[in-house]
Ligand binder design. Sequence first.
Ligand code: ATP
Length: 618
Amino acid sequence: MDVSELKMLPAGESDGTKVCVKVPGPALTYQNIHYCIRESRGPCRKRGPEREILKNVSGIMKTGLNAIMGATGSGKTSLLDVIAGRKDPRGLRSGQVLVDNKVVTSDLRLMSAYVVQDDILMGTLTVRENLLFSGNLRLPRKQYSTADKKKKVESIVQELGLEDCADTKIGTAFIRGVSGGERKRCSIGMELITSPTLLFLDEPTTGLDSNTANSIIALLHRLSRGGRTIIFSIHQPRYSIFKLFDHLTLLHKGETVYTGPAVKAVDYFQSLGYRCEAFNNPADFFLDITNGEVLSSMPTEKSLAELYRESHYCAAVKEELKCITGPSDLTTEVESKAASYATSFFYQLKVVCWRTMLNVFRNPQTSYAQMVMNILSALLIGLIYYQMPLTLPEALQNRIGAFFFLIINMVFGNLSAVELFINERAIFVHENSGGYYRTSVYFLSKVFVDLLPNRIVPIFIFSSISYYMMGLNPSFTAFLCFALTMSMVSLAGVSLAFLVSASVSTFAMANVLITLPFVFMMVFGGFLVNLNSMLNWLSWLKWASIFRYGLDAVTINEMKGQVFYSDNATLTGEMYLESQGIDYSVWGFWQNQVALLGIILVCMTFAYVQLRRINRWK
Ligand SMILES: Nc1ncnc2c1ncn2[C@@H]1O[C@H](COP(=O)(O)OP(=O)(O)OP(=O)(O)O)[C@@H](O)[C@H]1O
């Protein structure tokens, strides 16, 4: 739309400054919002007393730039999250949020867009690839062909001025990427893909230098003139930013101290006896007032919130809200409706798998390092146990020692898998709750693209190097059974790591939770202690040991049919297996694989359940 067509009507109407656009954006109203939190305290996470963080706040936000300002901890982000339907509805004690007089449901939430403070983007993908990812998943395939989606991405690239960096990667800890401002623009672009008319942004200028912050707000201002209602929290904007605001909501300790046209705010506070000095930035002036650093020339016992409640601005809001009626309770409505998706399960799976694959290939430290580590450790083990003889006693000692070493290597080599869901937790929560894809799609993409090729291919290479260097049973079937056992042991270790990774949000906690079971499983593996001589009530733990199943399987695979000899005696592999109480029948071997498969399936299922249980609310 041509900007010259736009004209600001004179400010000062009771409802605030009106922005003239061809098609206005939705009007968002919120009424008597009481929001409480209950913090957990102490090591037992005992629930503390309830704390009210939003106290009876009401307001109306219309087409244009609607800023929510206030000092740190005043409740800006909480208000933004409540009205955007992102805050845990359990904390909402009363109040109602309506968009164009309709209650906020999850469908309505998907129509709007929310740009989080920390830009959550896939760092290994370029700006254009990230935008296309959003477009592919969030634009219905019935209405948009692939060419349409590409066209839409190109129009957003141009609208946001991202042409120069469209093919630059966003950047990770290892890759130098786009600048902070370009990152923020890309985050906004990810949300603009669905052409939302209601856009929420949490502190869009935080962390940016003042010129970049200026250009971001100028961009939002331009977008708002296309008929959008843009609502954002902001901390302490400079004047050139402040003067672009159409509507201002000022909070102090969870209460409204002003809501109305931004251009009228200085006059309002001057009418209360606060003097804004010449050249002072109004935004700084307001924060000085709420922080008590500027005093009124008309001292009163009343608080700023009480004075606001007596003002004509508050009366005007109340008057307008009186005409708007909606259902009495918001909470149930928000909770009950499941999110709907623009695309089918299989299409989502294809798009998310493609992104996961690109991410794996462009993250050398995970894919290539895994391969190199496996080759190096195979060579090391191969050299230590090079061409093991059949003479006793070293034949048995070396074989059992080598198998134990191999299993340890397979299990502990997967400790890095605990990073998987922790690293990407923020991006998963953001995209999943933003309606990009289902939880099952994300989980399966990790299994198909990350788990299988990243864990199984290197293990087959590892097995072929170490197996033939150690001079184990030369039959090819025996080699395949060995490689299969190594893969199953590794997958069982990874699935336990997946479960831990999906259950906790910090590496420190994940490391403790994964190391403990691995160490216990190692003790109950049958190498460090004779399981038959253990206390009965303790020995059941061997049934949960990945080590025991792995060790038994490779021992049966190697020993069965072998004959070991010393100067004056011979010992068959079967005799050794019997002495250890290992069932060496065909089922005896396969029951270990079945048990490992059982562990994999149980851990994977619980990992998926845990991913579903991750708290999406802020
Ligand atoms: N989920 C939560 N758990 C615990 N405390 C919370 C939660 N959400 C908000 N609070 C508390 O509520 C108060 C208001 O928080 P909020 O993030 O809305 O403030 P803010 O004005 O956005 O602050 P800042 O500018 O520092 O981001 C703070 O004291 C904060 O600690």
